[in-house]
Design a protein around this ligand. Structure first.
Ligand code: TYM
Length: 335
């Protein structure tokens, strides 16, 4: 029998809105740097995107946008398996099996559910509540070793480890290893440009709160120019008391691959308008080529369909083998 040669990396992005700078700096950029060192599974999380009501044509166009963003940012479809989550039925099968070892108490602690369900929890869908179990299935189905994500997904990956351990206890076998979250130091939590207490998000109703990967140059300049700061003219970093200003420094650091302290030193004594103008230049320099390439790729849906169907075939191969093992372990007759 052949041994495992490479560690396994799994991650995904929901197909529920325009991809933004937070998605890029918190996850995609990291994937680009490391995906070739792993057996990487990068998927479009469309099953997750229907946990809140969505227009079907919107989901489909977002899925193409996410796929285009992966490729345009530099993920190689020869090296990574890129696929649509719903095209691999074993995700939902494993999700059910794992939901039977997940306690309601664990799910009740998930902060994302509390945030997304808002005040009227009774009206939230069961899917939104059990979403972290599906996420655990996404990761465990491929027996992932690492899961590169932004800070907001850390709690879900910790839950995934608890679910894996509970499954192992139930079947009395160390079947799943416990995957590690991998979170970047800079860029792991990019905040809204309008409110430093809220993370930059696809679902924020204000488009000015985020830089979308498909924003044109003028829009990026405008959004950064209008981004919220405060009344203190001096330049310094204080995450607690100056969240908006500190967020802009974090973005600068993540985009330029430098430490925040270096950026502060560089801009000490300068004005905020000088800083914002340099930040806008840098954002356009990094995002501009990705955005241009995304547009080009989006004009060629056949090319994307080919990548996704090839990816689905590869993912289904390993997923169907693993789900068969899982079914045998839980005691199902498998013919
Ligand atoms: P999603 O689609 O909300 O976000 C995709 C990735 O982008 C990161 N991210 C951010 N990073 C920094 N700052 C921000 N403001 C920001 N907003 C988003 C997220 O942390 C994530 O890494 N449930 C997941 C998708 C998913 C998944 C999985 C991820 C489904 N199954 C299995 C990993 C493994 C989600 O909704 O991410």
């Amino acid at each position: 029998m052949l041994g495992k040669t490479m560690s396994i990396l799994v991650s995904g992005i929901q197909t529920s809105g325009s991809l933004h700078l937070g998605n890029y700096l918190g996850s995609i950029k990291n994937w680009v740097n490391i995906h070739k060192q792993y057996d990487s599974y990068l998927f479009l999380a469309d099953l997750h995107s229907i946990t809140v009501p969505q227009d079907p044509s919107f989901i489909r166009s977002c899925a193409y946008e996410v796929a285009a963003a992966y490729i345009a940012s530099g993920i190689s479809s020869d090296k990574a398996t890129i696929f649509v989550q719903s095209s691999v039925p074993a995700h939902t099968e494993l999700s059910w099996i794992l939901s039977c070892v997940t306690s309601m108490g664990w799910l009740n602690r998930m902060t994302q559910f509390k945030d997304k369900a808002g005040k009227d929890k009774e009206k939230a869908s069961l899917g939104l509540y059990s979403y972290p179990v599906l996420q655990a299935a996404d990761v465990l189905l491929y027996k992932a070793d690492i899961v590169p994500v932004g800070e907001d997904q850390k709690q879900h990956i910790e839950l995934c480890r608890d679910i894996a351990a509970a499954f192992n206890r139930n079947v009395n076998k160390d079947y799943f290893n416990l995957p590690e979250p991998m979170i970047m130091k800079e860029g792991a939590r990019i905040m809204s440009l309008r409110d430093g207490a809220q993370k930059m998000s696809k679902s924020d109703p204000s488009d000015n709160s985020r830089i979308n990967l498909l924003d044109d140059q003028d829009t990026i300049y405008q959004k950064i120019k209008k981004s919220k700061t405060d009344s203190i003219s001096e330049i310094y970093y204080d995450k607690e008391n100056r969240p908006e200003v500190s967020n802009l420094f974090s973005i600068y650091a993540a985009l330029s691959d430098r430490k925040i302290e270096t950026i502060i030193d560089e801009f000490t004594g300068k004005t905020f308008s000088e800083f914002k103008s340099k930040l806008a230049d840098l954002t356009v320099e990094v995002i501009g080529p990705i955005s241009k390439e995304m547009r080009r790729i989006l004009n060629s849906k056949d090319y994307l369909d080919n990548i996704l169907s090839f990816g689905a075939e590869k993912a289904n191969k390993i997923a169907s083998q693993n789900i068969k093992e899982v079914k045998e372990l839980v005691g199902f007759i498998s013919l």
